[in-house]
Design a protein around this ligand. Structure first.
Ligand code: NAD
Ligand code: UGA
Length: 466
């Protein structure tokens, strides 16, 4: 089937960039992204391209090129469903915060609502594509909802998980390592649906990189990929603690092991811990799935990746307290970075949030500067934890407009995100304005130790034993 009209439900970090790139690469396909969040859609439609809801290098240019041509943003979900031949579901699938599976299982209520809305609106046959990350076998639940409308409309369900990483989304979408499409292998209709999605991607991606599998392999591969990636970070972070005790340097260890082609060099940067909306959520989901099949050893194995990550964040804040003479009460600490990684304004599950919460519990006074994260987001992140009342958060933590303001008169600077620009700051100026002794806690290993020590800082770099 030659697809001419696509709808994507969910205009978030995945729906926005993914569909913008499809619109750019397939000028003959009309792509409509819909969302129930009116403010988000208004921001996507705004002419202030600096304030799109998602900041990604290169994205604003693509939206400029395609919006109004073959890319449209709308709140009219029903109309877009009705008109489309292929509907991507790209809504959020957070960890459940209530009921059975609370704190572990994926909350699929938004997915189910989409399926029910599609079932209600569709008058012609449709291909429904799972773009969200879902527990293995979700497609059967979606199918069951869609197949019980009684109106004769036929649906094909595909799984097409997204592997983009934030901060590099556009490059990842233009030049993906692979695209994965799972479909019903038992029927001709299923395979035809798979082919129609393959044809869309092969407009710009070599066919050999478009992998087709059965539905369950595709769904499970997404959880597996995130679990493996997060496991690498927890593994190197575990080694970072041993490095600090033994005089080894984790960056040297990473390089040494990464040159083994069986291990590979990527994703071996020790850090204050991984963040982002997905690693923790997807591993918890995997653990829940394993437990639900009675696979307790498998569940425990993967859970350890999260336990290690929590430990890494806690030991970073513990080290700050210990180094500042066992108390940070009333002391000023600057945070450089709040986003969960560089080149994004996303703060979901950012390690900065946990580290800040721990230090605020110790009555520290924190001043934050992040090049892309807005003040209200930072307060909202803290309020979500419910650790103290919102007014207290605002009294103890302030958000500054630049790095020099944030670092002025503080006892210590903590680096929580690896923004490249941090390396270019005038560190002598920062040192001059700080309380002495002046401490830096580099949770991302971005600064030069010799330079910092020459200036006069007492400098701690994660994973460095000297
Ligand atoms: P997000 O929260 O940024 O966006 C989801 C959007 O869906 C929101 O704007 C919300 O308003 C909208 N929505 C929810 N229910 C709706 C409904 N019934 N009708 C219309 N709109 C609705 O989430 P995200 O980061 O884009 O993630 C979406 C999915 O993609 C998740 O399953 C996630 O695990 C997966 N994923 C995310 C990333 C990433 O980098 N963020 C990467 C790969 C996969
Ligand atoms: C991750 C995966 O890389 C994507 O393939 C996947 O699509 C996405 O999750 C998802 O499903 O949401 P993302 O979370 O955007 O992408 O960013 P990553 O680059 O994976 O970084 C995740 C976290 O790990 C960040 O906090 C980062 O700072 C940290 N990290 C990463 C390290 O601490 N060390 C590393 O070596 C790599």
């Amino acid at each position: 089937m030659n697809i001419k009209n696509i709808c994507c439900i969910g205009a978030g970090y995945v729906g926005g960039p993914t569909m913008a790139v499809i619109a750019k690469q397939c000028p003959n396909i009309k792509v409509t992204i819909v969302d129930i969040n009116e403010a988000r859609i208004a921001a996507w439609n705004s002419n202030n391209f600096d304030a799109l809801p998602v900041f990604e290098p290169g994205l604003a240019e693509i939206v400029k090129e395609t919006r109004g041509r073959n890319l449209f943003f709308s709140t009219d979900v029903n109309k877009a469903i009705d008109e489309a031949e292929m509907i991507f579901i790209s809504v959020n699938t957070p960890t459940k915060t209530y009921g059975k599976g609370k704190g572990m299982a994926a909350d699929l209520k938004y997915i189910e609502l989409c399926a029910r809305q599609i079932a209600q609106v569709a008058k012609e046959d449709k291909i429904v594509v799972e773009k969200s990350t879902l527990p293995v076998r979700t497609a059967s639940a979606i199918k069951s909802i869609l197949d019980n409308t009684g109106n004769g409309v036929q649906f094909q369900i595909l799984s097409n998980p997204e592997f983009l990483a934030e901060g590099t989304a556009v490059q990842d979408l233009l030049f993906p390592d692979r695209v994965l499409i799972g479909g019903d292998t038992a029927t001709n209709e299923g395979q035809k649906a798979v082919q129609s999605l393959v044809e869309i991607y092969t407009n710009w991606i070599p066919k050999a990189q478009v992998l087709t599998t059965n539905l369950w392999s595709s769904e499970l591969s997404k959880l597996t990929a995130n679990a493996f990636l997060a496991q690498r970070v927890s593994s190197i972070n575990a080694m970072s603690e041993i490095c600090e005790k033994t005089g080894a340097d984790v960056r040297e260890v990473s390089k040494a092991i990464g040159m083994d082609s069986r291990i590979g060099s990527k994703f071996l940067n020790a850090s204050v811990g991984f963040g982002g909306s997905c690693f923790q959520k997807d591993i918890l989901n995997l653990v829940y799935i394993a437990k639900s099949y009675g696979l307790d050893e498998v569940a425990d194995y993967w859970e350890q990746v999260i336990i290690m990550n929590e430990h890494q964040k806690n030991r970073f804040s513990d080290n700050i307290v210990k180094t500042l003479y066992n108390t940070v009460s009333g002391k000023n600490i600057a945070f450089l970075g709040w986003a969960f990684k560089k080149d994004t304004n996303d703060t979901r599950e950012s390690p900065a949030i946990k580290v800040a919460d721990n230090l605020l519990n110790e009555q520290a006074l924190i001043s934050v500067f992040d090049p892309k994260v807005v003040e209200e987001r930072i307060y909202a992140d803290l309020e979500y934890l419910n650790s103290r009342d919102p007014q207290e958060n605002r009294t103890l933590l302030s958000v500054k407009k630049d790095q020099y303001q944030a670092c002025h008169n503080v006892h210590a600077v903590a680096i929580l995100t690896e923004w490249d620009v941090f390396k270019t700051y005038d560190w002598q100026k920062i040192y001059n304005g700080m309380q002495k002794p002046a401490f830096i806690f580099d949770g991302r290993g971005v600064l030069d130790k010799t330079l910092m020590e020459t200036i006069g800082f007492t400098y701690y770099k994660i994973g460095s034993g000297n």
